[in-house]
Ligand binder design. Structure first.
Ligand SMILES: [Zn+2]
Length: 443
């Protein structure tokens, strides 16, 4: 639409240069097209969509509390109707807008003093120019995070990150099934299951429909001193027929396959969609930072792969796998050197059948159970130091010999076959000679 407007202008320019200048200033006047709000635990984000780069001024007023956004070069509201904005009710009361001078004024009535932080974003498909105003809640205490590492017999802490959110929908499936919604539902279910396992505690990194930068996600996990970082996603591919789940670990030396490279590129694009205001992420010397990353990552790489294999094996029991083995790709969200990290693609949202399944509670529960079991098996065979799990010595590994049945093994160790099956992610009583199973130790 913007292109055809331009073409029209240029053709007229051939006639009269002077008239053209006049006309173009009218045609290219910046208009406000829509306003969206996303609520995060510690801030509310207001996004203004405009059809050109906007010049702005933001300030606050008290009695009653207001945040005023002056859009200095916006002299038309286009199709925008302030009464249609879905107001984020926790901190915002209402939104009003009206022309003011040669610009346009938006007044946000807020319930308390909020500190605004505003910045513009360049167009990226599907968005045009955006002005982002983050309203930061100074009263919001940092989230109560996990116990200190020094506590004896601490829990194993698992950070669960639902990908995307807010302005970044992630992959979009048929009938508008959105990756950001599906993965949050699955992440919440995984958290519930992990919290129910003895010796474990899960932390949800994103708790609602808002965006967190990649950097912020790992930062939150690090603050919680997480032992494992799981980023949950759903895939998309140009061919709708492609389906199945996969698990990725970080590689700083490029991807193990073409799909992995393609995925990394798509997932890494999130920060541009979701909106990062401050691009100067760190003032640390990049060379030193990179060396540090390399050093600690080597130790984590094999652990990440071990955790990935345990999760993948369990997922394979409840869904089709896209790839049998754990793949490696250069995902930004996994650049968290001090903890083993995994990116779990739960399935292809671009596949109509799989998209439907991914949005159904039953299938989400199956996936969540499989992921939690994988975490349990991995942590039991690699208990982090200082944890209750490490104290109990983890689970015993038992190799099946001829004549064993699940019930005789269960009897021998004084546990129920149900416990044994659940710990090992078994859905039937079938076992085979040479198979290694875990026997719970301690109690
Ligand atoms: Zn994703």
């Amino acid at each position: 639409m913007r292109l055809s407007g331009k073409t029209k202008v240029f053709s007229r320019c051939l006639g009269a240069v002077f008239a053209c200048l006049l006309l173009s200033s009218q045609v290219f006047a910046v208009t406000l097209q829509s306003v969206r709000m996303h609520e995060a635990p510690d801030s509310t984000r207001v996004v203004f969509d405009t059809n050109g780069k906007v010049r702005f001024k933001v300030f606050t007023l008290d009695n009653p509390h207001r945040v005023v956004v002056d859009l200095l070069n916006v002299n038309g509201q286009g199709d925008f109707d302030p009464s249609m904005v879905a107001v984020a009710r926790e901190r915002v009361e209402a939104l009003r807008a009206a022309p003011r001078g040669s610009g346009y004024r938006v007044v946000i009535d807020v319930r308390k003093t909020l500190k605004p932080n505003a910045f513009t974003l360049r167009p990226i498909d599907p968005y045009g120019h955006r002005l982002v105003v983050d309203l930061i809640d100074p009263d919001q205490k940092p989230r109560i995070l996990a116990q200190p590492r020094s506590r004896p017999d601490r829990n194993v802490i698992v950070a669960i990150d639902a990908g995307h959110g807010g302005d970044d929908p992630g992959a979009i499936g048929p009938r508008n099934i959105l990756e950001k919604q599906v993965v949050l539902q699955i992440a919440k279910k995984v958290k519930k299951r992990i919290d129910n396992m003895q010796g474990f505690k899960a932390l949800l990194i994103r708790t609602g429909d808002y965006y967190l930068t990649h950097r912020r996600r790992t930062e939150l996990a690090r603050q919680a001193r997480a032992d494992l970082f799981l980023s949950i996603h759903a895939d998309s591919f140009k061919m709708a027929s492609v389906s199945g789940a996969s698990v990725y670990t970080l590689s700083d030396r490029g991807a193990t396959s073409e799909t992995a490279a393609y995925l990394a590129e798509r997932e890494n694009r999130s920060d541009l969609l979701g909106g990062v205001g401050d691009v100067s992420l760190s003032n640390r010397d990049p060379v030193v930072a990179h060396v540090l990353l390399d050093l600690s990552m080597d130790a984590n790489r094999s652990e990440s792969i071990a955790a990935g294999e345990a999760i993948l094996a369990n997922m394979g029991r409840v869904t089709k796998l896209h790839k049998r083995g754990v793949e490696q790709a250069a995902f930004v969200v996994l650049k968290s050197p001090d903890m083993p990290s995994l990116l779990i693609e739960t399935g292809f949202i671009s596949n109509p059948k799989e998209a439907k399944r991914l949005s159904q509670a039953d299938h989400q529960n199956n996936l969540a159970r499989a992921i939690a079991r994988g975490v349990k098996q991995y942590a039991h065979s690699n208990p982090p130091p200082g944890t209750l799990l490490a104290k109990l010595g983890g689970d015993m590994r038992y190799t099946i010999v001829r004549g064993d049945t699940l019930s005789t093994i269960a009897q021998r160790y004084g546990i129920s076959s149900t416990t044994l099956k659940s710990l090992n992610g078994l859905t039937t009583d079938r076992i085979r000679v040479g198979q290694v199973i875990l026997i719970p130790s301690g109690g």
